[in-house]
Design a protein around this ligand. Structure first.
Ligand code: HSE
Length: 402
């Protein structure tokens, strides 16, 4: 019998308890041992819950209990979660987390502590909810040099954009529905402003390119600025607007990482990733393009990935799983404002002014009174900003996924 502790009893933590109980027999077979939750750490009691008698409020009881072999963190954030991660690993306990902020900010440090103590630090659920992506990147695709990752990594914003485009829902109504379904972060600004996507692309970049990429190094734009006019121009050019995290290896070895809404062609695989689903395209030099697709948020999909990590930790008690990367630094990333991209631009300027500022462009024939939309030739974001600073009225400016 293996005893574990679950930290947090919100959407994900309660899902983990449910899955472990519901599938106990098959999980025991796969893990090679029975897994039981001995403690659930929360700030509140839950007398109504079938797991209510497992609830404790003091982490020391877990830290000091030699029976606890695996600690599962579903609290989120980098306050208590970071403290408990360090203390668990230093107390000789394997650590499983769904916490992308923890991994994106402190993954390198925690992997080092795990390595020093010969323990596993596993975080499959931190990116893509229930989609297997961490293991495929570290194992199945290990023979490849990864050149690029581009993904719809946030279920809440994809749900909101889908509802706005398909059903004409307002931003606020769509966000409220996403919250009711348990997709959104406790503070949904992390979803809407792109920070959640940023953390996830940092983790994928570190796994793919071998150096820690910190969220503060990643220019990040969310979906607040996306308007119904942008949606109309996207539709008139046979495209859809998607919030993407992108990481591309450059010729000099540095990585261009950024988060922004993109115009994605209707026939691109990512365009058809709708609702709460996530889609991640990985480009490898041997395999070409591989796409990962599935439910990117929600109680049971996320719990599915967390419990898979628990099973893996139990199966590999004597062996270190190979998940690792080196520390980050200023030499890791380059400025994405220097990438040559095509951009959608929305403006109320005349065609003559557009031609004078941009030269050759592709006008989009949408019926938006008083406004024009066009697609530029490849240019840098820096050059585009210089045109805006020179007095050209740019109402929107959205990169094209080419
Ligand atoms: N708020 C996140 C999302 C949860 O909507 O994708 C899963 O990480």
């Amino acid at each position: 019998m293996v005893s574990i502790a679950v930290l947090g009893f919100g959407t994900v933590g309660s899902g983990v308890a449910e899955v472990l109980e519901k599938n106990a027999v098959s999980i025991a077979k796969k893990a090679g041992d029975e897994i039981r939750i001995k403690y659930i750490l929360t700030t509140h009691d839950h007398p109504e819950s079938p797991f209510g008698q497992l609830i404790i409020h003091d982490f020391s009881a877990i830290e000091d209990d030699p029976e606890i072999q695996v600690v599962v963190e579903c609290i989120g954030g980098v306050g208590d979660a970071l403290d408990y991660a360090r203390r668990s690993l230093n107390a000789g306990k394997h650590f499983v987390t769904s916490n992308k902020e923890l991994v994106a900010e402190y993954g390198y440090e925690l992997l080092q502590i795990a390595r020093k103590n010969d323990l596993n630090f596993l975080f499959e659920a931190s990116v893509g909810g229930g989609i297997p992506i961490i293991r495929p990147l570290t194992s199945c695709l290990a023979a490849n040099e990864i050149t690029e990752i581009a993904g719809i990594l946030n279920g809440t914003t994809n749900y909101i954009l889908t509802k706005m485009i398909r059903e004409g829902l307002s931003f606020d109504t769509a966000l409220r529905q996403a919250q009711e379904k348990g997709y959104a972060e406790a503070d949904p600004t992390a979803d809407v402003d792109g920070h959640d996507t940023c953390r996830k692309i940092c983790i994928l970049a570190a796994l793919s390119f071998g150096r820690h990429v910190y969220p503060r190094q990643v220019p990040t734009e969310g979906i607040r600025g996306v308007t119904s006019e942008d949606v109309a121009f996207a539709s008139a050019s046979s495209r859809r607007i998607k919030l993407l995290g992108r990481a591309q290896r450059q010729e000099d070895g540095r990585i261009a990482v950024y988060v922004a809404p993109h115009f994605v062609a209707d026939d691109d695989q990512l365009a058809n990733v709708e609702d709460v689903f996530n889609g991640i395209v990985v480009k490898g030099d041997a395999i070409g393009d591989v796409m990962f697709y599935g439910r990117g948020a929600g109680k049971l999909p996320t719990a599915s990935a967390v419990v898979a990590d628990v099973i893996d930790a139990v199966k590999h008690f004597g062996a270190k799983k190979f998940v690792d990367w080196s520390d980050g630094g200023d030499d890791v990333v380059c400025d994405p404002a220097e990438l040559p991209l095509r951009f959608f631009v929305r403006t109320d300027e005349s065609e003559m002014r557009i031609g004078a500022a941009f030269g050759q462009v592709e006008m989009i024939p949408a019926d938006v009174p008083g406004q024009r939309g066009f697609i530029t030739e490849p240019m840098t974001r820096r050059a585009l900003d210089a045109i805006a600073q020179g007095g050209f009225a740019m109402l929107s400016c959205i990169p094209i996924l080419d």
